[in-house]
Design a protein around this ligand. Structure first.
Ligand code: NAP
Length: 323
């Protein structure tokens, strides 16, 4: 008998066909986040689930799926999944690393440049008919080139951002729980510093840590207070890594200069204070959102799902102790 799989939201047709050739598929055909009850009903009787970061796969959800063997997340971050509960139940958890690294790094850099050079303000200015003449001091921004970039979390995406920074001849600092190897530091031209030093010295601070209890509000009022008044904060990781209310205060009072944000504490809600600030560039969590990469993410998630259901170790197993 084929294993039963629940697909929580529409995915690319080619991948759906592939999964359907090996599994009995139950799926949500509407492109919206399911209510808890709908998620529970979908999971019932399934051995596998292909889910997204909007699906909260906690203990309660797992209790509704006693036969569940694999949770395949279409994302590299898996803070939407209670991994400890999954491991306890022998459920494999998988994610989609690597395939989205360069695309997300591109987007972090896009936000950095857009915030530094006030691109969104400039676009609005040009469209609105306010541009009457060229002026020497019109919409002056900050140079990215030769600036100091502080990367918090020098993992896959953090390193890809550092590689881009080299092209802009930036000074690269990084902070994190572990120092990278001398080879990596040399390749990236990155210097390991304490977080406080990074915050004090950087013109741009870019966040690339996973969301977990230790990184929730990693950037709050005390950290923002250490940053330069001319500094720009970039967040493409997860919203709760930043205390959004503290960020609004810091931006409002000019304690830092600007921000480029792809992620928010209560998505899709955005703090109303951010919406009215001109010195913030906002995006609706599209860091990995290129056509090529989103397809690769879904393909990889399906590969993980099918491998697990056929008794193999999936290529991107998160809870190695699971089975
Ligand atoms: P990764 O390779 O695991 O990198 C994360 C890095 O953060 C690791 O070097 C890790 O160090 C470090 N770290 C962990 N805790 C830290 C702390 N307290 N302080 C400083 N550094 C810490 O993950 P990745 O593939 O680069 O992805 C990073 C995150 O980006 C994901 O978790 C996801 O949330 C987010 N993301 C967002 C989008 C988007 O669309 N906006 C797209 C892709 C990914 P150790 O390895 O030493 O623990």
């Amino acid at each position: 008998m084929q294993p039963a799989v629940f697909i929580t939201r529409p995915i690319f047709e080619s991948v759906l066909t592939q999964i359907a050739s090996q599994c009995e598929v139950k799926r949500n055909r509407e492109d919206r986040t399911l209510s808890r009850e709908e998620l529970f009903a979908g999971l019932a009787g399934c051995q596998g689930v292909l889910c997204q970061l909007t699906d909260r796969m906690d203990r309660e959800a797992m209790e509704h799926a006693p036969e569940l063997r694999v949770i395949a997340n279409i994302a590299v971050g898996y803070d939407n999944i209670d991994v400890a509960s999954a491991t306890e139940r022998g459920i494999l958890v998988t994610n989609t690393p690597e395939v989205l690294t360069e695309t997300t790094a591109d987007f972090a850099f896009a936000l950095l440049l857009a915030a530094a050079r006030r691109l969104v303000e400039a676009d609005q200015f040009a469209r609105s008919g306010q541009w009457k003449q060229w002026k020497l001091d019109m919409l002056l921004g900050t140079d990215a080139h030769h600036g100091t970039l502080g990367i918090i979390g020098l993992g896959r995406i953090g390193r890809a951002v550092a590689r881009r920074a080299r092209g802009f001849q930036m000074i690269v600092l990084y902070a994190g729980p572990r120092r990278a190897s001398p080879e990596v530091e040399q390749e990236l031209g990155a210097r390991y510093v304490p977080l406080e030093t990074l915050l004090r010295e950087s013109d741009f601070v870019s966040l690339h840590v996973p969301l977990k209890p230790e990184t929730r509000h990693l950037i709050g009022a005390p950290q923002l207070a250490l940053m330069k008044p001319t500094a720009i904060l970039i967040n493409t990781t997860r919203g709760p890594v930043v205390d959004e209310a503290a960020l609004v205060e810091a931006l409002r009072e000019g304690r830092i200069q600007g921000a480029g944000l792809d992620v928010f504490e209560r998505e899709p809600e955005i703090h109303p204070g951010l919406l009215v600030l001109p010195n913030v560039v906002l995006a609706p969590h599209i860091g990995s959102g290129s056509r090529q990469t989103r397809l690769r993410m879904v393909e990889l998630a399906a590969e993980n799902l099918l491998a697990a259901l056929s008794g193999q170790v999936p290529p991107n197993l998160v809870n190695r102790g699971g089975h």
